[in-house]
Design a protein around this ligand. Structure first.
Ligand SMILES: [Zn+2]
Length: 511
């Protein structure tokens, strides 16, 4: 159709050009009008001659006859001249008309060409648009086929990386600790294979006791009274279980777990709580159980609710402080960290930030008073970029730090869902009977079920949403992890965690 319009335009343009040639010829003819001028001139001359003859008052018969004949001839010539002028005039008018007509036709033809051009451009644009959207559809189709493959490849890459701790594989660690590797790797209890959401009293006894603190009287005292009670979780292992809450003036940072492991030569403390006062008061409780010095302190990660008590053990026992490099790197005395800003003055006063003595870069075994501690760093970002956990192979006790929480929602702001799943997979391979979380009260075989389920659902649902084209602004409407809505701090942390996880998994998806 469009082609026909174009051809029509070209034909009429050709026609116009042909008639324009005629016009040119005519214009040249007009120039020949000058040739007529002598005729006009001649008629004028004749007229003046007639006048002259009329004026001459001495006519001679002979000449008179000649003159009359001349006049008649002149009149005839004039008549002829007039006729040819009229013809000329008519021809000019006719030519004018045909010129105008040609002009009109030309402009029509031009318009037709312009129209044809416009419609060709439109058609071109439409064609490329169709092509682009066709290509897009093709890309989406290819994406759907390729993405799962890419995802599988990336995930398995991460798997391989994480199962190595320093130079030792997790299998080596198990072999070393148990002496028989097959047993340990095949012995995972079924309760840990199939995680189920756990329902229990939202305010366990320890938490209710924390709540009992009379905040007004506690804050009126010279020194905040944490009212600590140690709970034995295994032979020679006691822990202080903090509230399932964010740090507040009322709990003074006692919303974190801190443990003591007794050996015949002294204690090893895993995480030292949110303040110097907390460490001092927790040790006072332990001293009544067994009056032994604290020889070692191990910190699970850099969040300050877990290690601000370190200074107490350094001052009192010159304990060796062991932990992740991030503590030395990111904190120095005088920094106003989170606990300094939240805790009441009578709880935080006297708390100083000091450097760790030994940085955990590779897994190693620490022996104290006949007890063996495997100090294991994560080599990927998990709860933070730099996490450490302790495994006691003979006692089958694992201190997970914040890699495991239960009863509350974790805080994913410095973490990684993929790294967390990795950490949990590592821990699941270890043969433990007691697992102490960084926050939460469950320490039996179910201790990490909630964490596993939380991170697994987070990963699966966000990846599915990404595949379905859900973007960052919509992800919290799509992925809510509603199974966890009754867990402590769900309202404060869950949506943020989903947001952080989306950013992480979207990048993974793009790789
Ligand atoms: Zn924590």
């Amino acid at each position: 159709m469009k082609k026909m319009i174009l051809w029509g335009a070209i034909v009429s343009l050709l026609l116009t050009i042909t008639s324009a040639n005629d016009t040119k010829a005519w214009l040249m003819d007009i120039n020949t009008r000058e040739k007529l001028d002598p005729k006009v001139k001649k008629s004028l001359d004749i007229k003046s001659e007639v006048k002259k003859v009329a004026v001459k008052k001495e006519p001679k018969i002979a000449t008179q006859n000649v003159d009359i004949a001349k006049i008649n001839r002149a009149i005839l010539e004039l008549k002829e001249l007039r006729i040819s002028l009229d013809i000329e005039k008519k021809r000019i008018e006719a030519d004018k008309k045909s010129l105008n007509k040609a002009k009109a036709e030309l402009s029509l033809a031009l318009q037709a060409i312009i129209n044809a051009k416009v419609s060709i451009e439109k058609e071109k644009a439409l064609l490329s648009k169709n092509k682009i959207s066709q290509k897009k559809t093709e890309i989406v189709k290819i994406d759907k086929v390729i993405k799962p493959v890419i995802k599988k490849t990336t995930t398995s890459k991460v798997d391989i990386k994480i199962t190595n701790i320093g130079n030792k594989s997790i299998g080596d660690i198990i072999k070393e600790s148990l002496g028989k590797s097959e047993l340990a790797t095949t012995k995972a209890p079924t309760t840990r294979e199939v995680p189920k959401p756990i329902k229990y009293d939202r305010k366990p006894r320890e938490m209710r006791e924390v709540r009992k603190i009379d905040s007004s009287s506690a804050s009126n005292l010279d020194v905040f009274d944490y009212k600590l009670k140690a709970k034995q979780v295994a032979k020679n292992v006691w822990c202080f279980f903090g509230a399932l809450d964010k740090p507040t003036k009322e709990n003074a940072g006692y919303m974190v777990n801190s443990c003591y492991i007794k050996t015949k030569d002294g204690y090893l403390a895993m995480d030292t709580g949110p303040s110097y006062q907390f460490a001092k008061q927790s040790y006072a409780v332990m001293q009544k159980i067994a009056d032994l010095p604290v020889k070692y302190v191990v910190n699970s990660h850099e969040h300050d609710d877990h290690w601000l008590g370190n200074d107490y053990f350094k001052k009192r026992f010159n304990a060796t402080l062991i932990g992740p490099e991030s503590i030395n790197k990111n904190y120095k005395d005088g920094d106003k960290t989170r606990m300094y800003n939240i805790l009441p003055e009578n709880a935080i006063k006297g708390t100083h930030i000091i450097d760790l003595d030994k940085i955990v870069k590779e897994a190693f075994t620490l022996t104290l008073g006949g007890e063996e501690f495997k100090i294991i760093p994560m080599d990927v970002k998990a709860h933070t970029g730099d996490d450490v956990f302790i495994y006691m192979p003979k006692r089958k006790v694992l201190f997970a730090g914040d890699l495991v929480m239960n009863g509350r929602i974790t805080s994913g702001r410095h973490g990684s869902v993929m790294g967390q799943l990795k950490a949990l997979a590592m821990m699941q391979k270890l043969d433990w009977k007691v697992l102490v979380p960084g926050h939460g009260f469950i320490t039996d075989a179910r201790a990490m079920d909630e964490a596993k389920l939380y991170f697994q659902l987070t990963k699966d649902r966000i990846l599915k949403a990404i595949d379905e084209g859900v973007d960052a602004t919509e992800i919290n409407d799509v992925v809510k992890l509603i199974e966890f809505k009754d867990k402590a701090m769900y309202d404060i942390l869950n949506a943020h965690n989903v947001g952080f996880a989306f950013e992480e998994l979207e990048m993974l998806d793009d790789e």
